[in-house]
Each structure stands twice: as C-alpha cells, then as structure tokens.
Design a protein around this ligand. Structure first.
Ligand SMILES: CC(C)(COP(=O)(O)OP(=O)(O)OC[C@H]1O[C@@H](n2cnc3c(N)ncnc32)[C@H](O)[C@@H]1OP(=O)(O)O)[C@@H](O)C(=O)NCCC(=O)NCCS
Length: 317
C-alpha cells in the first residue's frame, strides 16, 4: 500500500464520474461517454481511491474475449494520477487485475505505452515478435480533398444488422478471439452523448463479409479501426466512404483521424504518409510469459495477419 490514505477497490459504472476526472487530470482526452463504454464493457475494473480527497488516483481494467482455446483478457486504460505516481499504484492495480485473470485460467495480454511497458516488464510480461502497434494521425482538414483525388474503387455498404454475424466471423479470424460485445456496441452506433460509430461492410456475392471497417467519432477525434481489408487501397477506400458517411454533425468536420496499424502491416504506411498522416507513437503488445496456449490475437497480430490492417484501440486489441 503506497499511503495510508489510499484504498484499492473494484470499480463500476457508478464510479465513471470520478474515473473520468482522473483521466482529465492525466491529460488523456477520453470523454465521459467513452469512459462509460470502456467500463461497462469491462469484465474487471480496479480503482485506487484517496478517501481524504474523495478522488480516484489510479485505474485499470480488463476486457475479456473468448478465443478457441480459452478466454483472452486484455488489460487496458491503466493510469495513475500525476500527483500520485511512483508510489506503487499501477503496480498494485496491475497485480490485482492479472491475479484475477490468472486464477480464472485466462490468457493475458495488453498493448502498452513506453512508460506502461516499464511497469509490466517487471510483472513477467514480454513482447512477442511482430508486436508493434503504430499510431498514425491526420490533423488536416484537407484529408477529404486528398481522398477525393485518390483513385478509389468503392463498393462497400453501410453496416446493416444482418451483417453482424458474418462481420464477427471475419473479425474472429483476424483478431483471434470473439469481440461480439465491443463490435456490437460500436456497430449499434448508439449515442451516449459523445461517442458514435459507423461501420462499412464489404460483402461477396453470397453475403459473406470480405472486409469491414469501423470509424468511431469521439469528442476529440475520429478513430478508424478495427479494419479488415484485402489491400491498402481497400483500407483507404473504406476510410473515404466512412468520412463521407460521417454522421453529419459539423463538429466532426475538423477532427483529426487516427488509427493503430497492427504489427505486420507495413504496405499501408507509405499510402498513409502520402495522404499526410503522421506517425505519432509506437505502442507495444505484450503478453504473459509461458502461456500454455498463447492467443493469436497478440502473438500473430491476428490469424489473417496480411489482411488485418488496423486495430481497434489499446483496450480492445
Ligand atoms: C504508467 C503509469 C500508469 C505508472 O503508474 P505509477 O503508479 O506511477 O507506477 P508504479 O509506481 O506502480 O510503478 C511501478 C514500476 O513501474 C516502473 N515505472 C513507473 N513509472 C515509470 C517511469 N516514469 N519511468 C521508469 N519506470 C517507471 C518502475 O519500475 C516502478 O517501480 P519503482 O517505482 O519501484 O521503480 C503512469 O505513469 C501513467 O499513468 N502514465 C500515463 C498513462 C500511461 O502511459 N499508461 C500506461 C498505458 S499502457
């Protein structure tokens, strides 16, 4: 325990306001609606409280996905309040979350920032090959114009409810585990005040999904991913269609567009750079050492590594 004032407890959606406050103080630009969505879809949330100040000083959560050989738990949204760092809060939260997953026999993985990786390395987490996630961002309003000049062969359609099962099947092959809950939440496009999403689906003649892309509209940016596509051009085509289809709210017009490329995807990088995207950060996928049945989601960046071009976000793989 770092200090007499600090207490660790399970978190829930009742604590979203206080967790959101902690994210604001950390400078992480998630809206309350986004935090609500992360917490409500999590299987385990661990929170550190300063009871004297009645505030959340650290948080981390686990989202669970069922894979062929068991459950994959991804740890995400790990932060400590800047006034409380280097006092063991993250270490304690991480140990608590991973102990629960290990007890349940789940595989464990995560996608780390550079500083986060320093915490997890000490807890037996290692970096598998092909484990990078490159974050690219475009801040300029001329992206729409640039995409118009790009030679696109657009044949996707906006997601319909009847696409869900075929999209989930494709995503499972690409990601390596079932993301029904998070993809359904994204595809529903439910407004929670600040977050909505659009999904575009490419279907073959028999109605099977051959590709799909999700664009989430957060209060600060538009995030493209997950994307399963067969070529860089198809990815850019999906992006163009989704930007044209954005929900019509003017405030989205000037938002940046960002995406996380999965470890094996490099052919998209020159295309993104030509469009004016910048490489902002490189995150690292990590997993627990000595897993008996390591999940393909993190080890191989997806079973269809050549076509799985864009990840969802660090908490959802
Ligand atoms: C990463 C973060 C959660 C660590 O929180 P914390 O409560 O300060 O971490 P702890 O005090 O539990 O540190 C545990 C160990 O991690 C390592 N560590 C933590 N912060 C570090 C830093 N800035 N530089 C080097 N090592 C660091 C140390 O080895 C530390 O052990 P020590 O204090 O005995 O040396 C916090 O810095 C943070 O919120 N950063 C911004 C958000 C972020 O990047 N989150 C990670 C997402 S994957």
């Amino acid at each position: 325990m770092a200090s007499a004032n600090l207490r660790f407890a399970r978190g829930s959606i009742e604590h979203v306001d206080k967790i959101y406050r902690c994210f604001v103080d950390c400078g992480w630009a998630y809206s309350k609606g986004e935090i609500y969505r992360f917490v409500s879809l999590a299987s385990n949330v661990s929170v550190c409280w300063d009871d004297c100040e009645d505030k959340v000083t650290g948080v981390g959560l686990v989202t669970s996905f069922s894979a062929d050989n068991g459950i994959l738990d991804l740890v995400g949204m790990m932060i400590s309040h800047p006034d409380y760092r280097r006092r063991g809060i993250a270490k304690h939260i991480f140990a608590d979350l991973t102990a629960t997953s290990r007890k349940q026999g789940h595989d464990l993985g995560l996608i780390a920032t550079d500083i986060g990786a320093k915490v997890y390395e000490k807890q037996d987490f290692t970096v598998p090959p092909q484990a990078m996630r490159k974050k690219y961002q475009h801040n300029s309003v001329d992206l729409h114009q640039r995409l118009r000049e790009y030679d696109l062969n657009l044949n996707g359609r906006l997601f319909e409810e009847s696409d869900l099962e075929t999209v989930l099947k494709l995503d499972r092959r690409a990601f390596g585990a079932d993301r029904r809950a998070v993809l359904s939440a994204m595809a529903s496009g439910t407004e929670d005040g600040t977050t909505s999403a659009r999904v575009i689906t490419y279907l073959d003649e028999s109605g099977c999904a051959t590709g799909f892309a999700v664009m989430s509209y957060t209060h600060s940016s538009m995030v493209l991913g997950p994307v399963v596509a067969n070529s860089p051009d198809e990815t850019v085509g999906m992006m163009a269609e989704l930007l044209q289809q954005r929900d019509g709210r003017d405030e989205n017009e000037n938002k940046s567009v960002s995406m996380f490329l999965s470890g094996q995807e490099s052919s998209l990088e020159p295309v993104l750079q030509a469009l004016g995207f910048e490489h902002l950060a490189t995150l690292t996928a990590m997993e627990l050492k000595n897993l008996h049945s390591p999940s393909s989601a993190l080890l191989d960046a997806g079973g269809l590594a050549a076509t799985y071009v864009c990840c969802a976000n660090p908490a959802w793989g």
